[in-house]
Ligand binder design. Sequence first.
Ligand code: SAH
Length: 359
Amino acid sequence: MGEKDNFFLLGADEFKSRLASAGFEKYRAAQVFDAVYKNKIFAPLEIPAIPQKLREWLLENFQFCAAEMVGKKQSGDETKKYLFELNDGNFVECVLLKAPTDDGGIRKTLCMSTQVGCACACKFCASALRGFVRNLTSAEIISQALPFIEETTAGGKKSRKFEFENIVVMGMGEPLINYQNLMPALSVFNSAEKFAFGARRITVSTCGIADKLEKLSEDGFPYRLAISLHGATDEVRGQIMPINSRFPLTRLLAAAEKFSKNCGRMITLEYILIENVNDSFEQARELAKIARRLHAHINLIPYNKVPALPWRRSDAGRRAAFAKILDGAGVSYTLRREKGSEIDAACGQLALKKSLGPQ
Ligand code: SAH
């Protein structure tokens, strides 16, 4: 299985020539691409209207799924978490979040992992607890999305589509450390000839790997960027995020400024409120200054409890008072409510484990 090329990573032209050299008509390429990318059929033997020989050739020569889904967990109708087993026996989790939008709709977002474990060691985060194991391959990153399919029947016609319309790379791992595998995976979702998710529907979140961030604008990185700030001064940020000693705020913010200027896209600053750690009014004022400088949007997030860790979330009153300071400073922010914490599917709760725990 490891020997086969991953289907999703092949371009349309490349696939066409592979088909031709195997003796199939070139027009079959479009049929297969339509079945996979439009109709979300990821099992070659189920692709309709192509010869059985072609189905078998696809099955023999290409890998479609590089991670087996081995567990499911759901909390109400809001959050769904799938557990995947990788070929080497490691596990990763991927989460689907449904949240109401301001205009009365529902936003369905898939939260993907990029590494097994994480090396960044943020002190409040469950993913950091067992350290770093390895990068996910591009194929493994893509595979996490594949089971999140819904089947609908309209006018007697069945169709299959992804259950999500946005992707956030905010699961386990630090995406910019696995940049080389992440980018080809995201292109599969973004590319017009493949899943065709607009770049604005894809957000990559980083804890602040400033040297990689400096490269993003040079590389023409098309996606949205979120930075996990969680502290508005080096003193406070350095206490909870070891990455801050390698890339202190001066360097990180300069890189962020360059990104938003060169790419013309607004950055989101993620800020989890942890009681008596980063929720002082002084931090709120400093945070507002940073947001103004970067023209960034702030996402204030309640801290999700990690059982093995001592941190607690700031209470609702404190969160509101903190937000009021941002409001007064005229910066744009969202006071986020939590999602998925009952099934350990919320931010920072994805851990390196091989079962989803009791239902
Ligand atoms: N490594 C990347 C992406 C993974 S973490 C990053 O740091 O951005 C996704 C988000 O969840 C980050 O903002 C992270 O700081 C946050 N997070 C980690 N632990 C959390 C917790 N227990 N409660 C709430 N958010 C948490």
